[in-house]
Design a binder for this molecule. Sequence first.
Ligand SMILES: [Zn+2]
Length: 246
Amino acid sequence: MILSWYRQNANDFGLVQATRLLARVVWRRACVNLSNALFRSRVECPCCGWRGNRFLDYIEMAACPRCDSHSRHRALFLWLQRSYRIDTKTGTALLFAPETALAPLWQTARDLQTCRIDVESRRAVEVLADIMHLPFSSDVATLIWCHHVLEQVSDDRLALRELHRVLMRDTGQLIVSAGQSGHSSTREFGRSEKALSGNRRSYGTDFNARLNEAGFAVQQLNYNLSADERRRYSVMDEPFYLCVKN
Ligand SMILES: [Zn+2]
């Protein structure tokens, strides 16, 4: 993983910058490994069960050394498991850019047929498809899972209309989040920003208005975690939404 990350950085930012970043990563990783070897466990990853003193903090904040879950993955894992009770769900779920750390949890939903979708073959997916032009009939999905995808899509309004089309009327649920700042309005970059993970925009607090515009009724959710759990799993609150078709 580190090698492909280094190659990508060398490609995006040049060899000098990539090598500087790599040196920082190696150093940070050595420090974290030492802490985990010497000091008592304080944190825990619910996705894979790893426990230790510190998560890795060199590429993304607080990555699990075993399964590479990040803060958001661990929070969503706990919410899916405890609040949403994913193991009780039935029907068809479309999972966009499926998170590796959540894979074991989807397997607990034995009556839910999942379809993993991405625009590129880097992840293990069943369907290679562009979210703006989906190869599915209308009203087929009981659940659509789509996190941190829309900020990278060239026409997010078109993507949202596609999600609205394929979601089952009345009972279907879209659970969605995207990179949001505290600004009131969405900032469009006009291109894919390499330094911002390829994002084309940064949503503001008007993100749910954009969901409404596509025809969804929107309810903001929260992870339902105590302060102690947020520390133990090293998660931060981040808005995410449950949408149904109007
Ligand atoms: Zn883990």
